[in-house]
Design a protein around this ligand. Structure first.
Ligand SMILES: Cc1ncc(COP(=O)(O)O)c(C=O)c1O
Length: 368
């Protein structure tokens, strides 16, 4: 049959509303580059983790465990959350979108801060719900009072991203606890903790105690960042009740988490010494970047994550800076695509990668 390029399909409203995810480029580049654009870990998985994933691949003629039993047991052991209150996903984004699918519909409302994680706008686009975006405060942190003021009878979901992507900032758990206390119990509060392990303001696991008091609370976490497994896609949610995991499992396809990802995640959880080492490396990189940026006259936001965020100032167009850096083999993210023109988001790399970024930025800003 001859190829007919005329468009005849009629797509639904959700497709027309759906924003394109601003994914980083550079994955197909042949030249060695410094990838600081996607908040990944620069450190590969441990050999034991690779071995566990490889062993799972040898059995890939079988479907993966659809109940994710071993992984949920391992998470339950580690965090003391009942296994029925744990949802697994193909990355934490999968759980996030399933929470949206389970809770939202036309007439419903969701509240989140902006700028925040680029996937949140997909929630209103997919469901037809109304999104209320609340501006960050002057330190580019969540303004929880302003968010609480936006909750109405129609609100089904409130998202707090802590630490926040793209601004890297965090709010203290004590303030989050007061916020959750004030939210009506029929509203789901999703605390997106993708970067919580890097946060030094609070014990990263202190939020788990809130689940006992708030059945409407969900802590969204991932193996993509601290565990360095984003290429395998596995994330999880620790929930205050079993209703939400049941609903998100009901609304998704079965087998949403592949066998290699499940096996790798179980093994990675056994190596908390490596987690501690990575947290320490990120803390060192944070100081390296902070000092280097200040030497260039730039003041970054107070980062509690594995990346930094800063305004270039002087009304400077960041797209020129991003391409200047790319020409020097360093890929970072322009603020415009993430909600704030004139800003840059830069993931911490290894110490030599961070040096290379700082040197390249110095050259670009000097117009070299
Ligand atoms: C705030 C936030 N939440 C969730 C995710 C999703 O990560 P994944 O789907 O890889 O678990 C990311 C990834 O960048 C993120 O920045």
């Amino acid at each position: 049959m001859p190829h007919n390029s005329a468009m005849t399909l009629e797509f639904n409203e959700a497709v027309k509303r759906m924003p394109a995810y601003p994914a980083a480029g550079g994955y197909a580049l042949a030249e060695p580059v410094v990838l600081l654009a996607s908040n990944e870990s620069p450190y590969p998985p441990l050999p034991e983790v690779v071995a566990a994933a490889s062993a799972a691949i040898e059995g890939a003629n079988r479907y993966p465990d659809p109940t994710n039993a071993r992984l949920r047991e391992a998470l339950s052991d580690r965090y003391g959350v009942p296994i029925e209150q744990i949802a697994i996903g193909n990355g934490s984004c999968d759980v996030l979108l399933a929470v949206g699918a389970a809770l939202l519909e036309p007439g419903a409302e969701l509240v989140y801060a902006w700028p925040s994680f680029s996937v949140y706008p997909q929630l209103e686009a997919a469901s037809g719900a109304r999104a209320i975006r609340v501006a960050l405060d002057a330190q580019e942190r969540h303004d929880l009072d302003a968010m609480a003021a936006e909750i109405t009878v129609a609100t089904r979901l409130v998202i707090v991203c802590n630490p926040n992507n793209p601004t890297s900032t965090a709010v203290e758990l004590e303030r989050i606890a007061r916020f959750v206390e004030a939210v009506p119990s029929h509203v789901c509060v999703l605390l997106d903790e993708a970067y919580c392990e890097f946060n030094v303001l609070d014990d990263p696991d202190a939020s788990i105690a809130l689940l006992d008091r708030h059945p409407n609370l969900v802590l969204l976490r991932t193996f993509s960042k601290i565990y360095g497994l984003c290429g395998l896609r596995v994330g999880y949610a620790l929930c205050g009740s079993r209703e939400l995991p049941d609903a998100v499992n009901q609304i998704r396809q079965p087998f949403f988490c592949n066998a290699a990802a499940q096996a790798a995640a179980v093994e990675a959880l056994r190596h908390q010494d490596e987690v501690a080492r990575r947290v320490e490396r990120v803390a060192i990189a944070r100081v390296q970047l902070q000092d280097g940026l200040r030497a260039l006259g730039i003041e970054p936001a107070d980062s509690q994550a594995n990346f930094c965020w800063f305004d270039l100032g002087d009304g400077r167009d960041e797209t020129d800076v991003v391409s200047g850096l790319a020409n020097r083999g360093v890929l970072v993210r322009a603020g415009a695509a993430l909600g704030k023109p004139g800003a840059l988001r830069v993931t911490y790399g290894t110490p030599p990668e961070n040096d290379r970024f700082l040197e390249a930025l110095g050259e670009v800003l000097a117009g070299a």
